[in-house]
Ligand binder design. Structure first.
Ligand code: CTP
Length: 430
């Protein structure tokens, strides 16, 4: 079992941009301050508009040294705002017009100097003024401010910058962190702006409803691999996509999420703690010690029921033998049943991947494992795909998700499922 990681990438774990309009109907103010990372902001703007957002761009004088107004105007479909004294605004108040009715202000890149200005509450350029003048919590619907810092590693690590970041966070801004790696100056370290896809994922998460705020959620995902010898093993076709989508959806819903993943090639959803494992035994060892401290456990992993009773230290050779080898199998621990049997158990949701009689098999597992809810899906029809159709089965009812029973994007389904689970948890607590 590897160490827990916080590895993350902007890549979405399930679904594709084509299928979802995550920011439909949203009005976003995208601010750019000066920095070489401005080149990434053009891509970010494209992703935001492709996700359905109406984006209004504000650029500082510094930002205009790195990318043109024409580029950002063409991509957003609106003139770029740069001037506090913009005579085109009928009321002469671009800072008010831009922020009233906006869903969020995202500053990407946020330079060290810009963050320093924010920390002091300065307002001598339009972008600082927009940030200061946005509705931030007194009275009106607050407009969240998200900052994507970008700067040289020394500037990032400087106590003045860290002090300013702490101040703007305390004032209510959401600081999205930075990437590490090669910088435009040739140095290597922290301070790169997050990639455009990661910023989109963060913005979508920031705007999502938070029914799981303050809750701890544990999720298993993917297949397990039961080694026969150093090069072979027993596994299955689970891709992990549904579990990763649920991890992302739970984090969007405000939860602190731990994802225990079998061997899959999927990017970790942002803000999710990931523990990689290989076998069912390792998954069991990763889950059980932390399970009682969770509020919710969602077992999506396709755990192998059996493993070879003994592991051959060396590759099993044919050696001219004509008779195929046979293997004795040992039963794996049932992770979900073990968590559901804990005296201090979290709310437990199982998955049932079946090839037929979905409702009957799911209901049998619900009772056998003593679960409040089980989610059925047709295994062969969903493994590896970006869409799925779910059947929610509890002691009293059965419900298709989506309601028409047709397949839908796994992330969209995961979001609905998480909202539904949160409702049930709240009911149970009431
Ligand atoms: N599960 C588990 N540990 C196992 C086996 C299954 O945690 N060793 C969980 C899965 O993650 C899933 C549910 O239990 O949530 C599936 O139940 P199970 O009866 O084990 O399903 P199958 O293994 O598919 O059972 P069967 O082969 O009888 O269909």
């Amino acid at each position: 079992m590897s160490e827990p990681t916080h590895a993350s990438s902007g890549a979405s774990c399930a679904g594709s941009r084509r299928e979802r309009l995550d920011l439909a109907g949203r009005r976003i103010v995208l601010g750019l301050s000066g920095g070489i990372a401005c080149y990434k902001s053009a891509e970010l703007l494209r992703l935001l508009t492709q996700a359905g957002a109406d984006v209004h761009v504000v650029m500082t004088a510094g930002a205009q040294r790195f990318i043109t107004l024409d580029t950002m105007q063409a991509l957003s479909g609106h003139p770029v705002a740069t001037d506090i004294w913009d005579a085109r605004e009928p009321n002469g108040m671009p800072h008010i017009n831009l922020t009233r009715g906006a869903d969020a202000v995202l500053v990407a890149p946020a330079s060290a100097d810009f963050i320093a200005r924010l920390a002091q509450g300065r307002a001598e350029d339009l972008l600082s003024l927009v940030c200061l003048a946005r509705p931030w919590g007194v009275g009106e619907r607050p407009v969240p401010l998200l900052l994507a810092p970008a700067m040289n590693r020394e500037m990032w690590a400087h106590p003045a910058t860290q002090r300013n970041l702490a101040q703007v966070s305390a004032d209510g801004a959401l600081v999205l962190g930075v990437d590490s790696g090669a910088q435009a100056c040739g140095e290597i370290g922290d301070g790169r702006m997050l990639e455009a896809a990661a910023l989109l994922e963060e913005l979508v998460a920031a705007l999502a409803p938070k029914p799981l705020a303050g809750r701890r959620v544990l999720i298993t995902a993917g297949p397990t691999f039961e080694a026969i010898d150093p090069v072979r093993g027993i596994t299955n076709l689970s891709s992990g996509k549904m579990g990763f989508a649920i991890a992302r959806a739970a984090r969007e819903a405000g939860a602190e999420v731990t994802l225990v993943a079998g061997p899959v090639h999927l990017a970790t959803p942002r803000g999710v703690r990931r523990i990689d494992v290989r076998s069912a035994t390792q998954m069991h060892e990763a889950v059980l010690p932390i399970a009682a401290a969770q509020d919710l456990f969602v077992a999506t992993a396709a755990v192998a029921d059996w493993r070879p009773a003994s592991l051959s230290a060396q590759k099993i050779k044919k050696d001219g033998k004509k008779v195929a080898p046979t293997f004795e199998l040992a039963e794996n621990p049932d992770i979900l049943a073990a968590v559901a049997a804990l005296p201090q158990r979290p709310y437990c949701v199982g998955f049932a991947a079946e090839s037929e009689k979905l409702e009957a098999h799911a209901r049998e597992k619900l009772h056998r494992k003593r679960l409040p809810l089980i989610v059925g899906n047709l295994g062969p029809a969903t493994f590896g795909r970006d869409d799925n159709a779910l059947l929610l089965v509890d002691a009293h009812s059965t419900r298709a998700l989506p309601a028409d029973g047709q397949a839908a994007d796994k992330l969209a389904l995961a979001r609905e499922l998480v909202q539904e689970i949160a409702r049930r948890m709240a009911q149970e607590a009431a």
